[in-house]
Each structure stands twice: as C-alpha cells, then as structure tokens.
Write a new protein. Structure first.
Length: 257
C-alpha cells in the first residue's frame, strides 16, 4: 500500500486510509466525487448558518437583551453537537456518509449564530471573512495544483508541529480561563494579539495544502466510496477553523478603529 501523507488535521491523519477494506469491484473514491461531497457539505453549512443568522438578527433588532437566551442554545447545540458528531466520524469512518452531512448542518447552526453577533457589532465583517476564507482556499489550491507549493516531508512536519503548538496554546488558555486567569494577548486587540492571529491563520491555511495532498493520495490509493464523505468532512473542519480565525482577526482590527 502506498504511503499516505502526514496531515495536522485530526480528521485526515496518516492512518486514515490504512484500515479500509479493499473489496474488488466495489466503488472507489475519486477526486470529482470528493469535490461533489465538499460542495454538498458547504451547502448544508450554509443552510444551518442561514437559519441561526436570520433568527439572531430578528431578535437583535427587536430586543438585544433576549439574544443570548434565544441564540446561545442553538449555538451550543451546533457547537457541542458538531464536536460529538466529528468524533464519531473520526473513529467510525464508515459512518461518514451519514455523520458528515449532520456535522455540516450542526456546524452551520454554530457559525450562523456567532457570525450574526460579530456582524451586529462590526457591520460588514462577515462578508469580508467569507471572501478571505474562500480566497485563501482557491489561491492555495491553485498554488498546490501548479506545483508552486509542494508538501514535502519537512513542510508537513513543520505544519503539523505548528498546528500542535496552536492547539496547546488554546488548551492552556482554556484551562487558565476556567481558573479566572485571563489570557489577554490572545483575545484583546493589541498588536501582539493581532500578530498571533495572523500567524494562526497562516498555519490554518497551510493545513489546506496538506489536506489537498492527502485527498489526492487517498483517491490514488482507491479508497472505498464512503471515504469521499470522510475526506470532504476533513476539509470542512479546516475551513471552519480558518473562517473563525479570520473572523477573530477582523474583529480585533475593527475594534481598534
């Protein structure tokens, strides 16, 4: 079996394609099929986001004091539910055709709510975040397909290590916040905080390159058809992370004006 590329995305790691059953004559994963699944999942994310987005603005315009009680439950369902479904998908890949679309819908509920709150405070921020997210996606895809960026082993190791560092940073921040210790340099609008956000966005973006390479190798290795859903799920995980980091950065910049 061919070697599978290393990736920092927990949904697309080096063991993802190692244990799938090779059944002669069964449908296999293709690049076009994976692209179709990615498009479907994006539409499902959009559908969930539109629901909480519209609900949020109806409440915010009527009575901002009720926004938390009305929108937060949907965001909690989307965020926690999406996290649980993501874990199920990672540990049971054969369920991806069912769990991946569900993850997209749940994540959409969360993204729509949090985006509405940011938009209410900083008008125009969400459009900019979406444009930047997909601009980065297509720019890196072009760079990858043209060979301008080549995911060598050293490149992969660097991105994996950097992503692990970001995860550790957020974990430590979460623990400190639980004990009432604020980590201002992560959340305020200082130049240091903005610089950290830029670095994290670069790391998240570079994960897309690893995901492109990983998906391409998965298709080349004739993975089973359900892996199209799994691969699409993995790419959406990275896109969601990238979008949220861009949204945070833009909010920091807007708060300085």
């Amino acid at each position: 079996m061919m070697a599978i590329a290393r990736t920092a995305n927990p949904a697309l790691n080096k063991n993802t394609f190692l244990d799938f059953p090779a059944t002669a004559g069964s449908p296999v994963m293709t690049l076009s099929g994976t692209v179709n699944k990615i498009a479907i999942m994006l539409l499902l994310v959009l559908a969930g986001a539109i629901y909480t987005w519209r609900l949020a603005f109806e409440v915010l315009e009527a009575d901002p004091q009720l926004a938390n009680r009305t929108i937060l439950p949907w965001m909690i369902v989307g965020g926690i539910g999406g996290f649980i479904v993501a874990l199920i998908t990672i540990f049971k890949k054969t369920a991806a055709p069912y769990t991946a679309p569900l993850y997209a819908m749940l994540e959409g509920l969360f993204l729509g709510g949090i985006s509405a709150f940011f938009e209410y405070r900083y008008p125009g921020i969400v459009v900019n975040a979406v444009v930047l997210t997909f601009g980065i996606l297509f720019a890196l895809l072009i760079a990858y397909k043209s060979g301008l960026i080549k995911p060598t082993e050293n490149f992969k190791l660097g991105v994996v290590a950097a992503t692990g560092g970001v995860a550790m940073l957020y974990f430590i921040s979460f623990i400190l916040n639980m004990f009432g210790v604020g980590v201002g340099y992560l959340h305020n609008s200082s130049l240091l905080s903005i610089g950290i956000s830029v670095v994290i966005i670069i790391i998240a973006a570079l994960n897309l390159v690893l995901d492109f390479d990983f998906i391409e190798q998965g298709a080349a290795s004739s993975a089973p058809k359900y892996m199209e859903w799994y691969a699409a799920f993995g790419l959406i995980v990275t896109l969601v992370w990238l979008y949220l980091e861009i949204l945070r950065l833009l909010s920091k910049l807007a708060s300085r004006n």
